[in-house]
Design a protein around this ligand. Structure first.
Ligand SMILES: *Cc1c(COP(=O)(O)O)cnc(C)c1O
Length: 374
């Protein structure tokens, strides 16, 4: 089968291999068959292995939903009675976590921090010291809106020092940037199959400490569908998801995990870095401007300001590129017009070189002169 290959430079879903796409085409199967549970058990171990956890201490709990379902579940399921959440709020994704807390009516502190630089560890420590009832600290590992990489290891160490545990949203870093839950003081992390492992949408997972999940059995239950302990317990007892799983998406994820371990953690991260290097080369040559300084970036997202040119028209440039197989994505920084180029997915530097040729044509077609601002 010949499937058109699109290069997705949006922050997920990512470009996938044909073998992952084709892995979805399987005989119809009822997911309550033992054969299907037999696919999910090793998958849970593989997902723990990606972040170097020991399966006796850490487990992966799968959910049917996009990545945000993990934010929702982790925040609402892991807060004990009488405890408060501390959310480090320095971007669109941590703001989403604050919104989740608000929707559930959870007691929480949304600690606002600058969007464009690393958060102030002193402030975080002060907040922990002043609020001994903080149950967990929540931080976005990599703020996908700006590309900011947060100091998760240091924040985790602070959380532990003050008797709290650490939840981090690793959705846009997991299986891309090498992560070790022990070295980085991570008690819970999360991701979605459409991002780091380069599979399909509709499957997401929380990876975290079994002892805390076991303890959360007695925490207040705030949602019926989105509860971590309920899904964990069902998996432990039956090997299955409580409710209907995304069957074909799970077959694709299985193939993606095979390909992940074949490529290898270091080689994959090196490839993503190669892609970002090619993205930055084009940015510099065209004279585009990034919102963040490169030394605080993850190296997976470039947040680029709209060029200061009267002929710039994002829709027009987007459509030109899209028609030629390249997808660029709007920015996510309030009050700042921009677009993003992301280094995730099954792409390499050659794809980026080809993209910049098309992008330059698009600028020319729109009448935007280059180099920009010169
Ligand atoms: C992509 C992403 C999510 C999940 O977004 P969905 O649209 O629900 O899949 C969550 N957190 C971060 C940091 C992300 O990059």
């Amino acid at each position: 089968m010949d499937i058109k290959r699109n290069v997705l430079l949006n922050p997920g879903p990512s470009t996938t291999t044909d073998t992952v796409k084709m892995a979805q085409v399987v005989p119809d199967i009822c997911p309550r068959e033992k054969e299907f549970a037999g696919i999910m058990a090793p998958m849970r171990d593989d997902l723990v292995r990606i972040v170097h956890g020991d399966s006796k201490e850490y487990t992966a709990v799968l959910f049917c939903g996009s990545g945000t379902i993990c934010i929702d579940i982790a925040l609402n399921s892991l807060l004990d009675e009488g405890k408060k959440a501390l959310v480090i709020n320095n971007g669109a994704y941590s703001q989403r976590a604050c919104d989740v807390c608000s929707y559930y009516g959870l007691p929480f502190i949304g600690l606002k921090q600058p969007l464009y630089e690393k958060p102030d560890l002193g402030k975080i420590e002060e907040t922990l010291k002043e609020n001994p009832d903080i149950g967990y600290v929540y931080v976005t590992y990599h703020e996908t809106g700006t590309g900011l990489l947060n100091p998760v290891k240091e924040i985790g160490a602070l959380a532990h020092r003050y008797g709290a545990f650490l939840i981090t949203d690793t959705t846009s870093a997991y299986a891309m940037i090498p992560i070790n839950v022990y070295d980085q003081n991570i008690d819970f992390c999360m991701a979605s199959a459409q991002k780091g492992i380069m599979a399909m949408t509709g499957l997401s997972y929380i990876i975290g400490r079994r002892d805390i999940i076991e303890k959360s059995k007695d925490f207040p239950k705030r949602s019926y569908y989105c509860n971590l302990y309920m899904q964990y317990e069902y998996f432990e007892k039956t090997g299955e998801m409580h409710f209907t799983p995304p069957v074909q998406t799970i077959y694709a994820a299985r193939q993606a995990l095979i390909e992940y371990f074949e490529e290898g953690e270091e080689a994959k991260w090196a490839r993503h870095q190669r892609v970002m290097k090619a993205i930055r080369k084009g940015i510099d040559e065209i004279g585009l401007h990034e919102a963040l300084s490169r030394d605080v970036q993850s190296g997976l997202v470039a947040a680029i300001d709209y060029p200061d040119d009267p002929n710039w028209d994002f829709e027009k440039i987007h459509d030109y590129c899209y028609e030629r197989g390249f997808t660029i994505y709007p920015g996510k920084i309030d009050g700042r017009g921009g677009f993003r180029l992301c280094a995730l997915g099954a792409i390499d530097e050659k794809d980026i070189e080809d993209f910049w040729v098309v992008f330059r044509e698009a600028l020319k077609d729109a009448g935007v002169s280059t180099p920009i601002g010169k």
